[in-house]
Write a protein that binds this ligand. Structure first.
Ligand code: NDP
Length: 345
């Protein structure tokens, strides 16, 4: 049990952002630690995952696959948590679990959303390469992208939680991988450490031309993480029969819904899909856990153990740092899977 004088610090959604969130959209408050009822456990957050989808849940309308966070409620999020009190027959005090405790020190659960982590080391991997983002890369690339030997795969946000795994899995399948990332240091890492064949800085001039030079045989798989200017540069270079797993479009998450969009890309997109017989498929990773998660954990666990897939974590210390770290994620300041260390174990 927590100490008598302990409180539950939590970060609530204070206002709905217009455009890029600011620190004023979040509020750190203290509340009493809740007591578990029969059938519940009390969880202490050790690590909190910060992910781009959280920006979509801050809007009133929400993204459709999950409800928006109500104003005044704690921000939601995946966590690695320790069971510190239990009135649940299946979970003992001391057990380490993957949970959805959100941006707070403590939370209750009825157990239905908990996954025991046993001796996973370090446990925060369950929030990154061996968890939701890694699984997203695995399903999106292997089941939808289906890269073959010698094909060219392009992925942006290339050193991030999803993109870094996409590129490394594509290499394991024998593809040629071109990454796109924000800045020279990230690009160097993608090539030298992750083994990508090339990586382009999305902020440099003449991006479209440089992409064409880096993909002399066109693009067979474009793993869509960002949209925006990257998508514009990729579209004319897609090959006949290309596949486009549509995973996310972070360049637009801060768009103001009331402002007019820029140049309408839709006619160009549709014409390209049709003329080049391209498969472009959206997917939400929540749909694939039942069927594919076990295979992912087995294969990915082995690749990570053998050093065939490298995972980089960008770790921030302290729950109070979560808002600024999250804003940084939306601006490309994270380098690797962004995780907040909330509590000492
Ligand atoms: P990352 O760890 O890759 O962090 C986000 C990165 O996005 C930033 O570091 C930055 O990288 C890049 N970025 C930010 N703004 C822009 C911009 N305007 N244009 C281009 N790139 C930008 O995040 P994740 O790996 O967790 O997520 C990657 C994508 O996958 C997101 O779109 C996310 O929503 C999506 N996703 C979808 C899921 C699904 O079920 N479909 C599940 C999980 C994630 P850099 O500066 O290097 O370009």
């Amino acid at each position: 049990m927590p100490a008598d004088n302990a409180v539950n610090r939590r970060i609530i959604l204070a206002a709905r952002p217009r455009g890029l969130p600011t620190l004023h959209d979040f509020h750190l408050e203290s509340a009493p630690i809740p007591a578990p009822a029969d059938g519940q456990v009390l969880l202490r957050t050790l690590y909190l995952s910060l992910d781009p989808y959280m920006r979509n849940l801050m809007d009133e309308t929400g993204p459709g696959y999950a409800p928006p966070v109500p104003l005044g409620a704690p921000m939601v999020g995946g966590t690695v948590s320790r069971v510190v009190a239990s009135h649940h027959p299946k979970f003992a005090v001391g057990e380490l679990v993957l949970a959805n405790a959100g941006w707070q020190d403590f939370a209750l659960s009825n157990g239905s959303d908990l996954l025991p982590l046993d001796d996973l080391e370090p446990p925060s991997l369950a929030l990154g390469g061996l968890g939701m983002p890694g699984f997203t890369a695995y399903v999106g690339l292997l089941d939808i992208g289906e890269p073959g030997p010698g094909e060219t795969v392009v992925v942006a946000a290339a050193t991030g939680a999803v993109g870094a795994v996409v590129g490394q899995l594509a290499k394991l399948k024998g593809a040629r991988v071109v990454g796109i990332a924000g800045g020279a240091e990230k690009c160097r890492y993608a090539v030298e450490e992750l083994g990508f064949d090339a990586c382009l800085d999305r902020r440099e001039e003449q991006f479209g031309e440089r992409l064409a030079n880096a993909c002399p045989d066109g693009i067979d798989v474009y793993f869509e993480n960002v949209g925006g200017a990257v998508f514009d540069a990729v579209l004319p270079r897609l090959n006949i029969g290309a596949r486009v797993p549509v995973c996310g479009f972070i360049a637009h998450y801060n768009d103001d819904a009331s402002s007019q969009p820029g140049t309408d890309r839709l006619p160009r997109v549709l014409a390209t899909l049709l003329q080049k017989r391209i498969r472009m498929q959206g997917f939400i990773i929540l749909d694939h856990y039942g069927e594919r998660f076990q295979a992912f954990r087995r294969e990915m666990g082995e690749w990570v153990r053998n050093g065939q897939v490298k995972l980089r974590e960008d770790r921030v210390d302290g729950l109070e740092q979560a808002p600024s770290a999250f804003i940084g994620l939306l601006e490309g300041r994270n380098f690797g899977k962004l995780v907040v260390r909330v509590g000492q174990d």
